[in-house]
Design a protein around this ligand. Structure first.
Ligand SMILES: Cc1cc2nc3c(=O)[nH]c(=O)nc-3n(C[C@H](O)[C@H](O)[C@H](O)COP(=O)(O)OP(=O)(O)OC[C@H]3O[C@@H](n4cnc5c(N)ncnc54)[C@H](O)[C@@H]3O)c2cc1C
Length: 423
């Protein structure tokens, strides 16, 4: 493809993750709403570095790209199974959970049907007075509106960023970048869901067993994810409406208190890790040792000729201890980041803290014409609540954006019942 290629679209959806696939799927039946999805990867793989064969979808499969706002859409997960001729077998094989791998297949199927542009990275966004001019790795787009759906980026302690070693990797690259662990001294940092998934993989024997695993978490322990019914109501559109209307300081207070609903580890995974450690400790002759350190943070790390030396800070006592390791895995989470490709628009988009200012309908404030709008998906946790990155709200948010762009109620988003009093 020539780099001078020029194409035009109504909405350019930057990023081909579930958020923008949902937008394109819901836009398709609307006659006057062209959405073009541009994805930098060669496939729409869903967090491929953490996509184990047996990892479970953490939400109901009804929370797919479309069903919660348009259950009759051909882009539903159910229709994917139907078209693949595996609906009956799926129901027999998966009475309790759906695998993330199957949802990844579903997203890939939807992206193909929707004609997503793969292997095309958005590099710079400008505005020529009447439309957005978007430079990509494959050419140029002219667009009336932009929807940013670039997801979150891995985050890691600053002192690790200067270390360039294949023996240090972020959990997000575990399956494609991780080295074999057989006989190694492994340090795993982070006690959230991805930390626990990596831990289970490290002790599974997939690439051999480590000689020693030191697993540190800054939290008080390996806490369960709060997946209880009332916490799940925070992922209800009516709760988002309530949350958004609160003053900034009250939203911040609530967000801090609700982290258990997004930062813990599923009970089932905790049980699997515990069981596997028990097996290794008592039921095998494996030469394997482990230390789980809670309330402990990695406070420094350096590469040395035979691996790594680091320091661990006990956040309870304030004491520091040295540690050495052959391999280090950082399961230190993800965070939203302002995309560098928006920099040419400079100060035209006011920024609050580390995020754009986002309206109730996910419109980003900017000083350009109203005929050219910018929306953001999965970048408004501060204003829209803890549910923002989750699949639960993806189809509702996409429908909200489409209604807003088109200035009419294409999708009927009536108030959802909720038991929590949010009057
Ligand atoms: C391991 C893991 C498992 C998860 N499991 C669940 C779950 O079971 N249930 C749930 O509700 N949530 C889950 N989540 C939360 C997750 O945030 C959402 O599921 C979902 O991936 C969010 O979709 P998104 O489209 O906003 O972002 P992403 O899925 O991150 O997609 C963003 C896309 O934008 C692309 N992109 C970035 N920059 C550019 C650019 N400049 N040009 C073009 N393309 C670009 C990226 O390549 C990426 O494909 C999980 C998260 C992780 C990390």
């Amino acid at each position: 493809m020539s780099s001078s290629r020029h194409r035009s679209t109504g909405i350019l959806a930057v990023g081909g993750g579930p958020a923008n696939l949902s937008l394109a799927a819901l836009a398709e039946p609307i006659g006057d709403c062209a959405v073009s999805v541009v994805e930098s990867r060669t496939s729409v793989a869903w967090h491929p570095g953490l996509l184990w064969g047996n990892s479970r979808l953490q939400v109901s499969s009804v929370k797919d790209l479309v069903s919660l706002v348009d259950p009759r859409s051909r882009y539903s997960f159910l229709n994917f199974l139907h078209e693949q001729g595996r609906l009956y077998r799926h129901l027999i094989a998966n009475p309790h959970f759906v695998s993330r791998k199957e949802f990844d297949q579903y997203f890939t199927w939807a992206a193909q049907l929707l004609g997503a542009y793969l292997d095309e990275r958005v590099e710079a966004v400008e505005h020529d007075g009447t439309r957005f001019v978007v430079q990509t790795s494959r050419g140029r787009w002219f667009a009336d509106h932009l929807v940013l759906g670039v997801g979150q980026v891995p985050c890691a302690p600053a002192f690790t960023k200067t270390i360039d070693s294949p023996a240090l990797w972020h959990a997000s690259r575990h399956l494609d970048r991780g080295l074999p662990v057989e006989g190694k001294d492994v340090l795993l940092v982070g006690g959230g869901q991805s930390g626990a998934e990596v831990a289970l993989d490290l002790i599974s024997g997939r690439t051999g067993l480590p000689r020693r695993l030191t697993w540190v978490t800054g939290r008080d322990g390996l806490s369960p994810l709060d997946d209880s019914p009332f916490a799940n109501e925070w992922f209800n559109p009516s709760y988002v409406e309530y949350f958004h209307a609160l003053p900034e300081d009250q939203r911040a207070g609530l967000s801090g208190r609700q982290l258990g609903a997004i930062r813990g580890v599923t009970q089932d995974l905790l049980a699997q890790v515990y069981k596997r450690l028990y097996e290794l400790d008592y039921l095998t002759t494996a030469q394997f040792g482990h230390r789980l350190l809670a309330g402990v943070e990695l406070s420094g790390l350096a590469e040395v000729p035979d691996g790594f030396r680091g320091s661990l800070l006990d956040t309870v006592s304030g004491a520091e201890q040295e540690i050495s390791a052959d391999l280090v895995v950082l399961a230190t989470g993800f965070r939203a980041e302002l995309p560098a490709f928006m920099e040419p628009l400079g100060g035209r988009l006011p920024i609050s803290g580390d995020a754009y200012e986002v309206e109730r309908d996910y419109r980003v404030r900017w000083d350009g014409p109203d005929a050219n709008r910018i929306y953001v998906q999965n970048g408004a946790r501060r204003t829209h609540g803890v549910g923002d990155p989750n699949l639960s709200l993806a189809s509702w948010r996409s429908a909200t954006i489409l209604n807003s762009v088109l200035g009419r109620e294409v999708y009927s988003l009536k108030d959802e019942d909720i038991t929590l009093s949010v009057a």
